[in-house]
Each structure stands twice: as C-alpha cells, then as structure tokens.
Design a protein around this ligand. Structure first.
Ligand code: FAD
Length: 418
C-alpha cells in the first residue's frame, strides 16, 4: 500500500460508507462528512427495495420507450409520475436520457453496468465479512412477474442482453408459480426467476452496521453539511459547518445531491433525481418467498426483517418538492392484484432520491479538474447493489492498485462539454 493519506468522504449512504470502510481497512486516516446519521430515513440507501440486483444491467431507456412514455404518464395505473411544473427543468436531462434508448447504446451501457454489478453479491459478502452487517444479506432467486408469456416476450430485448452476459433464469407458468407461492393472484401467470441473486433484509440497518464497522476501526465522522470543496494537486479543502478542513484526497459520494459540489470544482454533471417510493407493510398476512419485480407496475416486493416492502416507481419533481400521494395509492391498488386479500397491521411510507445521470451510468474516478478529488455517485436504480464495488474501486485507485476493468464509461468529465 501507499503511505497512509488523510482522506475525506462526503456522504454516508451505501456508497460513501463502503468507500470509507475499504479506505480505512487500507490504513488511511479517513473522515466521513454527512449532515445526517448513516441509516437515516432521509438517505436513498435507507428506503430502497433492498435488491442486490446483479442482473439489472439493462438501463431504463430501451428501444420503444419514447412511444410508451405518454401511456405511462396518463394511465392512472402507470408507474411514471411527473410534477408538470418541473418539466422545463427536467428537459436538459430527459432529452439525452431518452435519446440513449437505441439498441446499440443500451448494449454498451449494459456492458459497462455488468462490470460493476455481475459480482455484486460477492462484493457485499466481502465488505460485510466479520461485521454486524453480515446478517442482513439474504440470497436466492429474484423473480420478474408478468401477466402471461406474451407480456414476458415483450421484454425479450432486455432478457436477451442478460443472457448475453451469462445470466440464467427459470421460466415458470402460473401453476409453477402457485406451487412456490400459493397466495399469488390470477393476474400474474408467468415468472422469470433469475438465479444467484441477493437482497438486504433492512437496508438502513445494513448501512448503519457497515458504518459501525468503520467506526470500530477508528474511522472519524463529522456531522455537518458540506458547502464547498476546493481541490487540486493533492491538497483539498472541505468546508463544513463554518470550518475548513484539509485533506490529501476527497471522495464525493453525496448521491443525488452531488451535482452542486461537483460544479464547485468546475464540472458539469447531468444528474437528476428519479424520485421513488415505498410502503413498508408490518405483520403482513402474506410474504413472497423471494423478491419479486412486478413488471407491469415497475416496483419490487421484498421480504424484509420488519415485514414486506413494496418499493419502486419513478416520479420527476426535483429534490425539494414534498412527496406525492398518487404513487402510494398505486401501490395499494397493485398489491391487491399481486396478493388478493393481503392485509397488514401497520405501515410506513417513504420517498427517496435516486441519483440518475442522463446516460444511466455512475461517475466513478478522479476529477480531471481537481486532482485528488474522486467522484463516486450517480448509480441510479442500482446504487445499493453497486455500492461496495464502487467503494473498492475508489480505494484501489487511491491506493495505486490497478484494475482490469475498463472504467472509461464512468469518466468524471463526460458531461462537461454539454
Ligand atoms: C424506491 C427506490 C428503490 C430502489 N431500489 C433499489 C434496489 O433494490 N437495489 C439497488 O441497488 N438500488 C436501489 N435503489 C437505488 C439506491 O437506493 C441508490 O442508488 C443508492 O441508495 C444511492 O446511494 P448513495 O450513497 O449514492 O446516496 P444516499 O444514500 O442518498 O446518500 C447520500 C448521502 O449524502 C449526504 N449528503 C448529500 N449532500 C451532502 C452535503 N452537502 N453535505 C453532507 N452530506 C451530504 C446525504 O445526507 C446522504 O446521507 C432504489 C432507489 C429508490 C428510490
């Protein structure tokens, strides 16, 4: 290893905590900054669906999406929501996002995502080994549920890409699905059960436990909002809570809030929040045997330690607007179709911010404008899955260890010319 460095990590969600833990294990003097405690419900890493979705290599924009957006928006049961007043702000992100839906671009994006997702269950096992976080990792199948085979066939493009990357699945008809899960309703007659997946039984608890392991190794924490970074030539300054702190290296891992800090360094990053929701059902009358993706409604149903969580959907409305009611109402309608008659004792609802770039790829690497500052954000729908590997890659870069992955798709300056 290189000699120990003084390193700041800004943001303590799954990405920041994973990065900090790997850096601390390398012997560096690490300080994490966050305005809230790791594991707090205000983090996106708290309220996600918990999936270690290693096969989620196919980005949201795929061929045909442009035609299906109006239907998704105007159908009362569509999984897409928009606060219309936000549309003018959204367009500079939305236009390139949708433009990237052609087959060749999607295949390139999938290859890059596969590099950071394929071994993600092992990456989680590795970061959590011998820590309190280990007990949150579950493994098994991850089943996409469709109305019938014809509906599955409409997703052939995405599943074809998964097959090209070596993912395998069982195809289950309604009888086979009901044998595994007798409570499943008649609306879902076909399933594609992907092998060798995993999930986290309490994502907030998991982040807190990894953070506990980092603190146990002597890692430091400053609870404050970072309002500026000045970087360059290996000496950087982080301003937080009215004080300036000096570091040899800085890692920006502030999720959907990273754009502003990146701009302080002279970068333009085309990053938006894809708002998502969950309903956490406590003491439900039914539990799925493993996580489901309800393909038409675009949300996951995950068995968790505190109950069953329905999580997903997409709403565009920015970082500041309060949660909407319509997505939660949609969950309730759709849940009745998956499990007719399902009941639960109590529930909590949640809204969070996916950090999504216009090309569906995260930024992972050193800033080209401020040497010694590293970016680790923008992992959209798959940030829980890819967090530990992202942290390991950043620790490798800082430690001077070479990786055999092609990291050029994740370059930090790729939106600067836009
Ligand atoms: C409904 C939903 C379901 C999802 N399901 C899945 C799933 O099943 N699997 C999966 O892999 N991914 C899923 N995701 C995506 C995943 O949750 C995110 O990609 C991931 O949590 C992002 O982690 P992060 O560490 O980058 O950001 P966050 O968890 O949001 O953490 C960022 C942290 O930075 C801090 N911060 C920001 N700015 C500052 C500042 N200036 N100063 C100090 N602190 C700051 C924030 O307080 C926060 O704690 C889902 C997302 C949603 C919304």
């Amino acid at each position: 290893m290189t000699s120990p460095l003084k390193i700041a990590v800004i943001g303590a969600g799954i990405v920041g905590v994973s990065t900090a833990l790997w850096l601390r294990r390398d012997g560096h003097d690490v300080t994490v900054f966050d305005r809230i405690e790791p594991g707090d419900p205000a983090q996106t890493s708290y309220g996600n669906a918990g999936l270690l979705a290693r096969a989620a290599i196919v980005p949201v924009p795929t061929p045909g999406i442009i035609k299906s957006v109006p239907k998704m928006l105007f159908d009362a049961d569509g999984p897409l929501f928009l606060r219309w007043r936000y549309l003018p702000k959204l367009l500079p992100w939305l236009v390139p996002f949708l433009r990237g839906s052609d087959a060749a671009t999607v295949k390139r994006t999938a290859s890059a995502l596969s590099d950071i997702l394929a071994d993600s269950v092992d990456q989680h096992r590795s970061i959590a080994r011998d820590t309190e976080a280990e007990r949150f990792i579950e493994t098994g199948r991850y089943t996409y549920l469709y109305k019938d085979r014809a509906a599955f066939d409409k997703d052939a493009f995405g599943f074809g890409i998964r097959a090209e990357h070596g993912f395998t699945w069982d195809e289950l008809d309604h009888g086979a699905l009901r044998e595994i899960d007798p409570h499943l309703g008649p609306d879902y007659g076909f399933g594609a059960a992907l092998h060798d997946h995993g999930w986290i039984s309490d994502p907030g608890g998991y982040v807190a436990a990894l953070f506990g392991a980092y603190r146990g190794l002597g890692g430091q924490f400053i609870k404050a909002e970072v309002d500026d970074i000045r970087g360059g030539e290996g000496q950087s300054e982080v301003r937080a809570g009215g004080e300036a702190h000096s570091f040899d290296r800085v890692v920006l891992a502030s999720g959907a809030w990273s754009r502003q800090l990146a701009e302080r360094l002279g970068h333009h990053v085309n990053l938006e929040t894809e708002r998502g929701y969950h309903v956490m059902m406590r003491e439900p009358s039914v539990r799925p045997p493993n996580p489901y993706m309800i393909a038409d409604a675009k949300f996951a149903l995950t068995p968790m330690a505190q109950g069953v969580r329905a999580a997903g959907l997409v709403e565009f409305g920015g970082l500041k607007a309060p949660p909407s009611e319509a997505p939660i109402a949609l969950f309730r309608r759709a849940l009745g179709r998956v499990y007719p008659g399902i009941e639960w004792d109590s529930e909590t609802t949640w809204m969070g911010h996916r950090p999504s770039t216009a090309d569906s790829l995260p930024l992972i690497g050193e800033s080209t404008k401020a040497r010694g500052v590293y970016f680790a954000f923008g992992a959209q729908h798959i940030g829980l899955t890819s967090g530990p590997k992202t942290g390991r890659l950043i620790a490798d870069m800082i430690g001077g260890r070479r990786t055999n992955l092609d990291l050029s798709p994740f370059r930090t300056d790729r939106f600067d010319g836009d």
